[in-house]
Design a protein around this ligand. Structure first.
Ligand code: ATP
Ligand code: MG
Ligand code: MG
Ligand code: MG
Length: 565
């Protein structure tokens, strides 16, 4: 690839709206351009890196036995109605109608589509297990798209879905994916850590997030310094219930409730007067020995937490205000465990909750369900703080010291169990001819987010220092020929040689000043620069510079090819 013919619109200055280094550098290196909020054009260099990430992920998926498919991005609402998510997914789901007035959405994820595909075709245990994946553009109408490719509204994801006939198989599928993720992220060259992303109550260790360790990460992770333990602090483990403050006068009056509606974590924390890392995820209340009430934190933004409890056929919408009460003062919330009646589905945000999840929304069978008042409808006797770990806590596994760091979620593996197969009746006949629900797992990787994450871990004041595995090009041959035709001719020759050797090389054959060429090569972050100038040509050498270390070595021109063979 000749830079004289390439399209790399570099920028001298950081774009005003770019807060994190990866966003700044992706823009400055001419790899992406913003179309509108959270939606980017991937330019030639950016697309090369994204495709390299995709290819590594693809190879590891294939190695693990998963099969590549490509599913539609436009999905009919009817499928989402089957699982109940049409109503409960919230505003991240972009919905629209076609000319016949039928409802559709842009796929933020594909559990419904894949379950629909598989249930129509798989009839027998002999056809299981199966794991299907795709690498595709997703759309989520994120409340706060930011940081460039890190949190886009449109972004590229690898999503895989496994279907098994029994628990042992489902567990194997899960750990096959877990290991494939480790292999892929290691090959890419990321410094990462798999962390527990789920409460013990919800399903043991069957959800892990893969975190890239970086200061700009939006997640906080607790890592043990002595063992492998790691957990996402946003996820909760049930802590021992503690007795609520006896003095109910500390419960805020209704007027203290913040405006119902959309609240960012920062706003909620300001309202509560606590720092973000102190934000309690869930409180639950025990009345007459039975837990009845709780508050649940939603995903990153609280606005999407519209909780409903369908127990007994009642649909109860939770007022958002319940989420923003003064948690520290034993708030009046209302809630019930999703599993009070296990046959009745309960949703929080877009997730179908497991039987042991705690949800806000009353489940007392009484009528005072909305604006349940303390003292009138229930009495707070106990509450349990479900937040996992305090900075001073010992490691729950080995007692070692815990360290808190920031992380970027680049992958997520999840054992879904029967959540979707039951709702959508994805069944098969087992060895005894008995109909059974398939056991599912889902596994996501943020392909475009990884390019940004890799930059967050590999940059300096001059630009990107890409790991060779995902650099747009591994080598940039820089000709300092200028008017010196001999140098230009020799550079052409070397470029042809590199291509013949199969080296992933760019060739800076432009009539630019050396300073410009060096600065751009540093900015883009080709792992190796090969520089041929007049002096070098005369003494029969070419200079090779390692972008990351800055180390320079001289290679003899007559044995040049050997260095790359
Ligand atoms: P987050 O917590 O960052 O919002 P998520 O938990 O909602 O992510 P998943 O549903 O687990 O995301 O999707 C799988 C992967 O897709 C994530 O691990 C992440 O790497 C990537 N991803 C999710 N949302 C975005 C986004 N808005 N922009 C870029 N990548 C994303
Ligand atoms: Mg999200
Ligand atoms: Mg997440
Ligand atoms: Mg996730």
């Amino acid at each position: 690839m000749r830079l004289s013919r390439y399209y790399i619109p570099t920028l001298k200055e950081d774009p005003a709206d770019a807060e994190v280094v990866s966003h700044k550098l992706l823009m400055r290196a001419g790899m992406i351009r913003k179309l509108t909020s959270g939606i980017y054009n991937y330019l030639p260099l950016g697309l090369r890196s994204i495709n390299k990430v995709g290819q590594i992920v693809r190879e590891e998926m294939n190695r693990a036995g998963a099969l590549e498919v490509l599913l539609p991005m436009v999905q009919p609402a009817d499928l989402w109605r089957e699982t109940g998510r049409w109503e409960y997914y919230g505003k991240e789901l972009l919905r629209f109608k076609d000319r016949h007035d039928r409802d559709y959405c842009l796929g933020p994820t594909h559990e419904e589509v894949i379950t629909d595909l598989v249930r129509g075709e798989i009839k027998s245990y002999k056809q299981l297990p199966v794991n299907l994946y795709q690498i595709q553009t997703k759309f989520r109408d994120e409340i706060r798209p930011r940081f460039g490719l890190m949190r886009g509204r449109e972004f590229i994801m690898k999503d895989a879905y496994s279907f098994d006939k029994d628990e042992a198989g489902a567990e194997k599928s899960y750990f096959d994916m877990f290991n494939a993720y480790k292999a892929a992220f290691s090959r890419i060259g990321l410094r990462f850590k798999p962390v527990q992303a789920d409460s013990g109550a919800i399903g043991g260790d069957f959800s892990h997030e893969f975190m890239v360790l970086a200061e700009t990460g939006e997640d906080t992770i607790a890592s043990c310094l002595s063992c492998d333990f790691g957990a996402n602090l946003e996820k909760a483990k049930v802590a021992a219930p503690t007795t609520a403050p006896a003095d109910e006068s500390t419960v805020p009056a209704l007027e203290e409730v913040a405006t119902p509606g959309t609240h960012t974590v920062e706003e909620v924390c300001n309202f509560l007067g606590i720092s973000a890392d102190k934000l309690v995820k869930t409180l639950l209340f025990v009345v007459d020995g039975k837990p009845v009430a709780g508050l649940v934190r939603g995903d990153r933004e609280l606005n999407d937490v519209k909780l409903r409890n369908l127990a007994g056929g009642n649909e109860i919408e939770l007022a958002d205000e319940a989420l923003v009460r003064k948690l520290t003062n034993a708030p009046v919330g209302f809630a019930g465990p999703a599993g009070l009646d296990p046959s009745v589905p309960v949703y929080a945000d877009h997730e179908l909750l497991a039987g042991t999840d705690w949800v806000a929304g009353a489940n007392k069978g009484d009528t005072h369900v909305l604006h349940l008042a303390l003292g009138r409808d229930c009495k707070v006797e106990q509450y349990a703080d479900l937040r996992v770990i305090e900075p001073t806590d010992p490691c729950p596994e080995c007692g070692g010291a815990i360290e808190f760091t920031k992380g970027i979620e680049v992958g997520h593996v999840f054992k879904l169990g029967l959540k979707y197969s039951q709702k959508m009746e994805a069944t098969f006949l087992d060895e005894n001819g008995k109909s059974q629900f398939m056991i599912m797992g889902c596994y996501g990787i943020g392909v475009s987010r990884i390019v940004a994450s890799a930059i967050e871990q590999n940059f300096d004041e001059n630009g990107c220092c890409f790991p060779p595995s995902i650099a747009p090009f591994e080598v940039c041959l820089i000709s300092l020929g200028g008017k010196d035709q001999d140098v230009a001719d020799k550079a052409e020759e070397l470029y042809a040689e590199l291509l013949k050797l199969g080296v992933d090389a760019a060739f800076d054959d432009r009539a630019e000043r050396p300073g410009v060429k060096f600065a751009e090569a540093d900015l883009i972050g080709y792992p190796m620069q090969l520089v041929l100038g007049g002096k070098g040509l005369k003494s029969g050498i070419i200079e090779a510079k390692d972008r990351k270390t800055g180390e320079k070595i001289e290679l003899p021109l007559d044995t040049f090819a050997e260095s790359f063979a």
